[in-house]
Design a binder for this molecule. Sequence first.
Ligand code: GSH
Length: 222
Amino acid sequence: MPDIVIYLGNKAYSSWSLRGWLACKLTGLPFREEVHPMDTPDWKAWIGARSPSGKVPYVTVDGAPLWESLAIGEHLAELNPQAFWPADRAARGHARSIASEMHAGFVELRKAMWMAVRNRFPGKGRTPGALADIARIEAIWAEARKRYGAGGPFLFGKSFGFADAMYAPVVARFRTWEPEISPATKAYVDAVWNHPFMAEWIKAAEAEPWKIAKYENPDPAA
Ligand SMILES: N[C@@H](CCC(=O)N[C@@H](CS)C(=O)NCC(=O)O)C(=O)O
């Protein structure tokens, strides 16, 4: 059995960490995790001594380094392919496309509505750029569900896969910031939020002792 270790930032705030951690969960294998609070005096030294990019998530498999959440997902998928990607080739291509679009984009949403799992900031963060990103994400989710989602509540049906993992931090953002979303989007948000992997992450985030002040204030300019 491979020895998998994942290095993470705060579960309350680190959206990329969540993606990498969900990829570890999708392997179905045991793994070890080390969480270190970001924005602390020793953060840069801690992550710099481990991750070549100086960012989390950082994963090792039998000591071999892995960084960048999409690459982490693709590599860990080799350990349990059917859990990560749909079996159907066209659906798999679609899943890879939307996972890549998430990895590459939605900067305005990420800036205006950061992940803060423990917080509720309803009505805040609605910049034009964030709203445009949300409209595109709603369209992505609706299209995947229409084409491939009939068998269950997730983007490709019955099982929570890696495309869902890539969008899970967006689900967390929607819970926190409560933008106006369609009933279908809300149903998907609820399905992801209530998935056992997410419940485990949220519970750990709730238990964390650390707070980063700038992420606790939804009106940074105020
Ligand atoms: N493109 C990277 C993004 C990783 C990233 O930006 N991680 C953030 C945390 S969510 C980070 O490490 N920030 C701390 C820092 O830059 O010092 C990925 O896909 O993993």
